[in-house]
Write a protein that binds this ligand. Sequence first.
Ligand code: ZN
Ligand code: ZN
Length: 150
Amino acid sequence: MTNFELQQLVEHISKTAFHQPFRHRASFNNRLKTTGGRYLLATHQLEFNPKMANLPVFEQIIKHELTHYHLHLAHKGYQHKDTDFKQLLSQVGGIRYAPDIGQRQKTQHLWHYQCENGHDIFKHRRFQVGRYRCGQCGARLTLLGEVLNK
Ligand SMILES: [Zn+2]
Ligand SMILES: [Zn+2]
């Protein structure tokens, strides 16, 4: 599945299951290991694990991430512990946890940084942006926000 096909699939599932459009970007990220997908709170983008794209549960993984997405945009409870999240997730038939492929990895908090040239950087630890530079181009970094890394 290409990124373009993924984008189409996410838009389609959003329309049919949530009756609302998906207006942001969905893409594959090779660096996701055991996580099925993630939602970037700052940019509203969705990222998915390409290793899970052929699994029968992949649509349910998309529904899980879209549940975060739509609730966050509607200013409702978008976290796993929230009642809004649990209700909408079961309503659309989303999966609660991504299937375990490979070794189990503890889900960690993730922070989304971006450099002045638009390179995305994800770190488990929050740090002072003034003390670090982009690893790819050396430009300054800003903290965009949190990532729901599951
Ligand atoms: Zn950079
Ligand atoms: Zn989640």
